[in-house]
Ligand binder design. Structure first.
Ligand SMILES: Nc1ncnc2c1ncn2[C@@H]1O[C@H](COP(=O)(O)OP(=O)(O)O)[C@@H](O)[C@H]1O
Ligand SMILES: [Mg+2]
Length: 230
């Protein structure tokens, strides 16, 4: 599905260059459930941004379904991103002035889905994440775990092929984090490809495919033969 070849990322801080990724080559295949791991500052979020085409590499090539998207114009990259990818962040990133259902509807309005259809879909997705009783709540009226479930519903609104989750349980107590993990795992069983950043070794083991970074370099990046997926 995705192939990164020798991806490099440097940030230029007024003369000082910070190398965030050094020649990272990985493959994400359809149906994978991958965990990106490594210490703080090792480049995990940078790699997620590049995978999600939220940012561009300063070197290397990015193939999506064998199609080189490295040099595509921004508009085209945005179109691919909205059509194929769903994003979940550590801090939920919901719009505070929109209700749960409105937050889930938003990406569909960018995609031109008519009002009635996007409302129905948003209601259905909120049902799927167990929030049918929280449709009209604003994010501030929801717990962290509930906000993250809204964010998951939103990430699913355009039927993504790939979900990118950057420390999705990082701001949650462990029991709520476990609920999020269960939702991600059930999505993966339904065929959605999942790439997640985590610090939690247990979550990494459950993913079965660990991509490990150290100082921007890949130190491990293939499905772990020791781990059998349920
Ligand atoms: N926008 C940025 N500008 C400059 N340096 C950055 C920027 N984003 C990340 N970095 C640097 O790149 C390195 C990797 O960061 P990041 O990908 O956020 O790591 P992680 O998610 O593993 O904690 C760090 O040294 C960080 O300081
Ligand atoms: Mg990070």
């Amino acid at each position: 599905m995705i192939k990164l070849e020798q991806i490099k990322k440097q940030y230029d801080l007024g003369g000082t260059k910070v190398t965030a990724l050094k020649d990272v080559s990985i493959e994400i295949n359809r149906g994978d459930y991958a965990a990106i791991m490594g210490p703080s500052g090792s480049g995990k979020s940078t790699l997620m941004h590049i995978l999600g085409i939220l940012d561009t590499a300063t070197g290397g090539r990015y193939f999506l379904e064998d199609y080189d998207i490295t040099a595509l114009p921004d508009m085209e990259q945005a179109r691919i991103r909205n059509k194929h990818f769903g994003f979940i962040f550590q801090s939920f990133n919901l719009f505070p002035e929109l209700s749960a259902v409105e937050n889930v509807m938003l990406p569909m309005s960018y995609a031109g889905v008519p009002y009635k259809a996007r409302k129905e879909k948003a209601v259905q997705l909120l049902h799927e994440v167990g929030l049918e009783h929280r449709m009209t709540h604003l994010p501030t009226m929801l717990s962290g775990g509930e906000q993250q479930r809204v964010a998951i519903a939103r990430s699913l609104s355009n039927d993504p092929d790939l979900i990118l989750a950057d420390e999705p349980t990082g701001n949650l107590p462990s029991d709520k984090g476990e609920e999020i993990m269960k939702i991600l795992e059930s999505l993966n069983r339904r065929g959605v490809t999942v790439v997640m950043v985590t610090h939690n070794p247990e979550q990494g083991r459950r993913a079965g495919y660990i991509i490990e970074l150290r100082d921007g370099a890949l130190i491990k990046g293939s499905p772990d033969p020791e781990v059998s997926r349920v």
